[in-house]
Unconditional design. Sequence first.
Length: 479
Amino acid sequence: MKINLVVLMLASPAALSAQSKSKQQPPNILFLVSDDHSAPYLGCYGYPDVKTPNIDRLAAEGIRFSRAFTTAPQCVLSRAAIMSGRSTLDVRMTRFSAPLPADVVAYPEVLRKSGYYTGICGRNFHLNGNRAVKESADVYDAYHLETFKDRVDYLKVSQVMDSIFAQYNQFLDRVPKGKPFFLQLGYSDSHRVFDAKEFEPDPSTLTLPSLWPDTKLVRQDFAAYLGEIQRLDREVGRVLDDLKRRGLDRNTLVVFMGDNGGALLRGKGTLYNTGLHVPLIFRHPGLIKPGQVTEALVSGEDIAPTFLSVAGAPVPKEVTGVSLKSVFQNSSAEPREYVYAVRGAHGSGLPTNTANFDLGRTVFNKKYKLIYNALWQLPYYPVDFAAQPFWLELSQLHAEGKLDKKFDGILFSERRDIFELFDEENDPNEEVNLAGDPRYKETEDTLKANLQKWMILNEDYLPLPLPPPTATAPPTSAK
């Protein structure tokens, strides 16, 4: 009788229902996205002059990726790869302000089909095109190219910080009972225009990157950038506190990431580290051992398959990213060896300089990085800050021959090298171009061969980096 009683208890509908619910309840996913945010500009990444206690706490409770890179140094191109789990080239999104093609599956669609209530809100997510030009908007309307209203359950856009928090609350209040949720919550910080005056640190105390001229105006602009990040931290703290208040923190995967590098010197719009290297943090008490830091290489393509694998949802066969789930409990895991990135058109302006239009590709591993500047004849032109006082002053100093030669060569060279090769271990600031140096020929050839393969497989429209032996090559160095 005792055996029968035990069997009956185990088989009771209430027990089975609770057991089934426990097995079937996947984690919620909250994806916090900052705008134009380079690593290492957070406290937890070791930068001493920015105070980000809320994001630092998130990192302490989860895992911090120290080598996360986006697939492009621009919002639209980068976000297309994050959203699809595929390379920017593969999803045909190398032109800024283009809508994501309808035939490209976005991971929230897969989550939705797997039972999630899904949403995108806050800062413009950049994948529905740009309606500023009437002729473009007419095309979007005529051919139904703005598709995201059909891809998620909840879609709103706002640049106002308080409105972003209100949208977050409205979304959570609408999640059907018993359903897991996914929400991408985007912030405008730290995108220019910088207006977080009350959050700015003292410019005179800052530690400037070694490749930046140390002028009063450069310091003031950098302080304004860090002020944006410190204001962002406050907003992230509001969300994390509310998540805990709702009792959702124990089964929510919280992810913080920058969409691409900051609009800083040698940053946004370039294939250097400041343009591609971003913060990335994951936290979930049940899935991720806290307090970890990993050196695993990450591409923006890897976010989508990670979310899908955590949710137990199918990963579309077209996805080229790799899941980072293996790193959650083993920080020494190495899901990938190489990262690839592209530079394409930026903004909606005509190609009057390399801020509006530039073409480049890069491939790198932990040791070496190769950059292919297809428009090598054209000089560097800054993205989003050409009219700022600090840049105008630097330009004037350059014109008058008063700028240190080191900065002249980096910022104001009349033309660039077609290939740049950097030793990322010994030259993390990417100052010394090793391309063409016979001592590094094998490394350069290997990286070019990998880039050649990737460009062919992704049907790239640029000339390949390894031409036939009879082709005439340009100078290996513009110096």
